[in-house]
Design a protein around this ligand. Structure first.
Ligand code: NCD
Length: 297
């Protein structure tokens, strides 16, 4: 069975298939059961939503979960290397969900494992299952992904969810894609250049906000800055507050992969545009659909 390393691993049809499966699961039409197959969680980096939603999704499709969500207490602390850890889990389970601080870790795992690897975030590279949730939320709210104006706002340089979302959007037909960030946090050139659609880059959200259907906010990825001074200079450089939301269309939405630090004012949570907690809730059905697809071939 295939690995899930990048958003590019999914075609438009496959994204839609996942959305449909997830709809069937939510509607009770499909009750997936993989009869006790085993899913490994190999989380070498902190996680709340991703780890718990993968675990919940596994249990809900009748899989069992092993592994770790912190390297504390594992043989990694004794100096075991990444490849050996993956090779061991490969023998214990039918699928391995990996999160690691190094770019390319999931790809490397897929090269040493015969069992499917799911990338749950590798450094500042990608987080493809987050994009499935992001676009499924858009699909649930708007009934489709095509024809909408997206704005990705915040740390576009170090946020792996941004790379995965930009790449996932190549499978759809976005009307406009705005990239809004301070100069220092612009999206990576190599990602922007490979896309099959134009992006419009801005510093000031007010230039475009009234045009936006989907505002996708990210936190500043403090842990990925090579230099802490750089982070200190840029922290709290942007915020989504009630004033900004007032300029948004009534039927627009605000998404965020979470965790939020302070880039969305908590008062925004009560506005009709705030859909980030709903988005997080969709992590379970979409990951059920994905794991079911992987585990049943
Ligand atoms: C994201 C991640 O880990 O990249 N979190 C998540 O999985 N929902 C975003 C982040 O940490 O900012």
């Amino acid at each position: 069975m295939r690995h899930v390393i990048s958003s590019y691993d999914f075609s438009r049809e496959e994204f839609h298939k996942l959305f449909e499966l997830s709809d069937e699961i939510l509607g009770g039409k499909l009750k997936p059961n993989v009869n006790g197959k085993v899913v490994s969680l190999a989380f070498f980096e902190p996680s709340t939503r991703t780890a718990t939603s993968f675990a919940t999704a596994s249990w809900r499709i009748g899989a069992k979960v092993i592994g770790f969500t912190s390297v504390e207490g594992t043989s990694v602390e004794k100096g075991e290397n990444f490849a050996d850890t993956i090779r061991m889990l490969e023998n214990y389970s039918e699928c391995i969900v990996v999160r690691h601080k190094f770019d390319g870790a999931a790809k490397f795992a897929s090269e040493v494992s015969e069992k499917p690897i799911v990338n749950a975030g590798d450094g500042k590279h990608e987080h493809p299952t987050q994009s499935m949730i992001d676009l499924y939320t858009v699909y649930k709210v708007f009934g489709q992904v095509d024809g909408l104006n997206f704005a990705l706002f915040g740390d576009l340089k170090y946020a792996r969810t941004v790379n995965s979302l930009l790449r996932a959007l190549t499978r759809f037909k976005p009307k406009k894609v705005f990239l809004i960030s301070p100069q220092q946090l612009r999206a990576r050139r190599e990602i922007v250049q490979e896309l099959n659609y134009e992006v419009i880059e801005r510093d000031n959200p007010y230039d475009v906000i009234s045009d936006v259907d989907v505002l996708y906010v990210t936190r500043i990825q403090k842990e990925r800055f090579p230099d802490e001074m750089e982070y200190e200079k840029i922290k709290e450089s942007y915020v989504v507050d009630l004033k900004l939301v007032e300029h948004m269309k009534k039927d627009s939405i605000i998404l965020h992969p979470l965790p939020r630090v302070n880039e969305i004012d908590r008062r925004v949570d009560k506005t009709p545009q705030a859909k980030y907690f709903y988005q997080a809730s969709l992590g379970v059905p979409i990951r059920m659909a994905l794991l079911y697809t992987i585990l049943t071939g």
